[in-house]
Design a binder for this molecule. Structure first.
Ligand code: WT7
Length: 657
């Protein structure tokens, strides 16, 4: 278990004045009201979520059964018999009620490069694209890969898939061609939507070239629809590749939505686990949409006319739920940000908030820490008074970064919501509510409606009752937006989430409940590393290293890092007769970058003569982890190692420069 940077503190912050007396009045205005609602939601989920689903979503056919199945059986389903269309819920009903309302504000890579799209325009754009997909013979249930920069067309792409009942699989455009290929192969996509190039931080990114490389080994793909973003020359495969603008031009600007069953898949999103290849986490339509809509309403306290700005990329679950689905389901204006927090300078976020009068702002601790380090002068002179709720997600935020965010960005007048969730949970599961929850810096506080968290003894699985307990975090009853399966591998789903502790959903995170009942997330207890909120598996990085011809074995562990939370340390041994030449460690680092993507680049690679192993040959990662975290004085008993003398050699390698 990683200790993380969260240290329970006693300081409790009351709901800020602005959320108590200002307008609009939050939906939930006291902790008692929250508690009453939460209790109802877990005692009688069928009533609570049945009512909520009827109020929140438009159904083309009403559901009869709210909840079916259980964790024990691994067959959870919500809103059975119900039918709906995700795109209709996100777009059509708002385009009909408020056609001129801005749905999307695109803040391009360069300041001042802003594009606004109303709900009416969004319906036309998405309809056109849906018709193009239909013309390419995309049908309900087909998997479609999306590999795109942060432009409005990426949103159109996702919504167009949903409109025709196809299942989108968005691959973060920072992934390498190998990673893209693996994900396309796993889901057997027939169509890929992409762009000629991306733009980020003033640089061009060779998006289409990466797609071409990936498609050399992805024979299922028949068509690639290419958006012209920069206009640079790109390679072209005629017959297969089609220009987005040429196809769109031919298409009718209305397409009827294809209604699907509540339990039909809406999307796949690949994420790393502790072993093997990335898993295609599958979310279904009705339950996922309800979770997305309800958390935007209650946790971000979304009110009409709010401007919701989620800084995540659409390639991650945060982009799916809090940039696209959640805000649009509520008829909100959502901001799509193409650039980086430091381009052209570290005032970019504040500039964006001021320009668009952002009311809800959502980012990751790594960005907060980086901006804090660059100095408070970058915030000077910016008017952030539009903000009401500021959120954090992806990793433990830690008290110091929380305080800075609260003071410097929120001016002590905003609700700070430290939101805990996962790709698999679909939407936020632990978080304060803006008008109701007194906060403690670094604690995600209390469960959202319908979530019944339990802290378990990691060894016995016993529920640790009461306060002041530490263990692993599990959830004891199904909630609507939970993932339903791993694509084509339901056993893996059961083994990862439902079998470790029978009758519970296992998060993979360690957690405590403090003396006041607040939940503190302590970080992963499995072999998952969280670098700047990006989830990586040690096994994947190790296999990237082993694919280099010089490497015999590798072992990857997470180190603590002030900026990125965790960072990657990789130990490698070389094949016989291969010399550790100057530059090899650098080359191995580049290998990981090439195989997975730039965000997976190890902080350090150590070429070593041997790894610490038990007599049965198991690598003792615990020892490697302690060494990189400067805890070599706490290694414990190393006499069980096959060769204890490797340990001092490793300490020298890591700590002697
Ligand atoms: C893992 C899930 C879901 C959004 C982005 C990441 C960690 C997430 C928090 C938080 C402490 C957090 C957990 C979790 N995590 N939010 N507020 N406090 N840790 O999604 O890639 O599926 O990663 O991120 O370790 O298991 P993901």
């Amino acid at each position: 278990m990683t200790a993380g940077t969260n240290a329970p503190q006693d300081s409790t912050y009351p709901v800020p004045e602005r959320l108590q007396t200002g307008k609009p009045t939050p939906y939930v205005t006291s902790f008692d009201q929250y508690k009453t609602m939460w209790e109802e939601s877990v005692k009688n989920p069928e009533k609570f979520f049945g009512d909520l689903a009827r109020d929140t979503l438009s159904w083309s056919k009403p559901f009869q059964t709210v909840l079916n199945g259980s964790f024990a059986q691994g067959d959870v389903g919500w809103f059975l018999e119900g039918e709906l269309n995700a795109c209709y819920n996100c777009v059509d009903r708002h385009a009909i009620a408020q056609p001129d309302k801005v749905a999307i504000i695109h803040e391009g890579d360069e300041i001042g490069n802003v594009r606004k799209i109303t709900y009416r325009e969004l319906l036309q754009e998405v309809s056109r694209l849906a018709n193009v997909l239909t013309s390419l013979e995309v049908r309900k249930g087909d998997n479609i890969a999306i590999y795109m920069p942060m432009v409005p067309e990426a949103i159109f792409a996702m919504l167009a898939c949903a409109r025709v009942g196809a299942v989108h699989s968005v691959v973060f455009a920072g992934f390498s061609s190998d990673s893209l290929r693996d994900r396309i192969q796993d889901c057997g996509a027939r169509v890929v939507l992409t762009a000629d190039e991306g733009r980020r931080g003033g640089k061009n990114i060779a998006t289409k070239r990466i797609v071409d490389e990936a498609l050399k080994q992805a024979p299922t793909v028949e068509h690639v629809l290419v958006l012209r973003r920069t206009g640079s020359d790109i390679p072209w495969t005629s017959g297969r590749d089609l220009w987005w603008h040429e196809e769109i031009e031919k298409a009718r600007p209305y397409s009827p939505p294809t209604n699907v069953n509540a339990e039909d898949p809406l999307f796949l999103l690949y994420t790393s686990g502790s072993t093997g290849t990335p898993k295609g986490v599958m979310h279904t339509t009705g339950g996922y949409l309800l979770g997305a809509a309800a958390t935007v309403k209650y946790i971000f306290d979304y009110h009409p006319n709010d401007i919701h700005a989620c800084m995540a990329d659409i390639g991650w679950i945060t982009g799916h739920t809090y940039l696209l689905y959640g805000p649009l389901l509520n008829g909100a204006t959502t901001v799509v940000f193409e650039s980086t927090p430091t381009y052209p300078n570290p005032s970019r976020f504040w500039e964006l908030i001021q320009t668009h009068r952002v009311t809800q702002f959502y980012t990751a601790p790594t960005a907060i820490r980086a901006l804090r380090r660059l100095g408070d002068q970058w915030l000077e002179g910016y008017d952030l008074s539009s903000l009401r709720v500021i959120g954090s997600v992806g990793e433990p935020i830690g008290g110091d970064a929380w305080q800075w965010y609260n003071q410097m960005v929120g001016k002590n007048q905003c609700a700070v919501v430290d939101t805990y969730w996962q790709t698999e949970t679909g939407s936020i599961i632990v978080s304060p509510l803006p008008g109701a929850t007194p906060t403690k810096p670094g604690s995600a506080t209390f469960p959202f409606f319908g979530i019944h968290p339990q802290i378990l003894d990691p060894q016995t699985g016993a529920v640790l009752q009461g306060n002041d307990v530490t263990g692993v975090l599990a959830i004891s009853q199904p909630w609507p937006s939970m993932a339903r399966t791993v694509y084509n591998n339901h056993n893996r789903y059961l083994d990862t989430y439902l079998n470790p502790y029978k009758g519970f959903y296992f998060t993979g995170d360690g957690a405590s409940r403090d003396k006041d009942g607040y939940i503190w997330i302590r970080g992963r207890v499995d072999d998952v590393i969280n670098v700047s909120g990006h989830r990586l598996s040690t096994a994947e990085i190790e296999s990237a290293l082993i694919s280099h011809p010089a490497v015999a074995e590798s072992a990857v562990v997470g180190g603590q890092d002030d900026l990125t939370g965790q960072c990657i340390h990789a130990y490698c041994t070389l094949k016989p007769n291969i010399e550790n030449e100057a530059g090899l460690e650098k080359e191995l680092s580049l290998q990981v970058r090439k195989v997975i993507g730039p965000f997976a680049t190890p902080k350090r690679v150590y070429v070593v003569a041997d790894l610490p192993k038990t007599r049965s040959g198991k690598i003792m990662r615990r020892i490697l982890r302690k060494i990189v975290n400067n805890e070599q004085d706490q290694l414990g008993d190393i006499s069980t190692l096959a060769d204890p003398s490797v340990v001092p050699m490793l300490i020298d390698k890591v700590h002697l420069k």
